[in-house]
Write a protein that binds this ligand. Structure first.
Ligand code: FES
Length: 149
């Protein structure tokens, strides 16, 4: 099952900097940083706290449970072996799209699975958003005032 699913409006994610969405039965935390969108499984790999309630800082999300920090691009926890599962993200038609299967963090990267943030689907056979053949939609300029929640 590899269909892309539209889960949020890009303007909403960029304005709020983070957002909790549903992808089937999964809860997914979206983060907006440096003009890109990142998607993590919402339940922290440590003790399951919601990462959507965390703080985005310097390319990492800090869990509200015990302050583990996870790299937004890789899911790797600082100074630990644990890695937070991520999702491939695509931005198209003003929306944020995800695929149902989570990437397995650093194990996936080691196996050659692309980090795949904000990229086109890797396979033409994959179900993709209708605009897959169209040029990517540019991100809006980030707001000037911080909107961390
Ligand atoms: S639950 Fe996230 S650091 Fe403990």
């Amino acid at each position: 099952m590899s269909e892309w699913t539209r889960v949020a409006e890009l303007t909403d994610v960029s304005r709020r900097r983070k957002k909790l969405v549903a992808l089937g039965e999964e809860r997914v935390a979206l983060f907006y940083a440096d003009g890109e969108v990142f998607a993590f499984r919402d339940a922290c790999v440590h003790k399951g706290k919601s990462l959507a309630r965390g703080t985005v800082l310097h390319g990492r999300v800090v869990c509200p449970g015990h302050q583990w920090a996870f790299d937004l691009r890789t899911g790797q926890a600082d100074d630990r072996e644990e890695c937070q599962p991520r999702y491939e993200v695509r931005v198209a038609e003003g929306g944020v799209w995800l695929r149902p299967a989570a990437l397995a963090g650093s194990a996936a990267a080691a196996a050659g699975v692309p980090a795949a943030v904000n990229s086109a689907p890797p396979s033409a056979r994959s179900a993709a958003p209708p605009s897959a053949a169209a040029p990517s939609v540019p991100f809006p300029a980030p707001p000037t005032a911080a909107t961390q929640e």
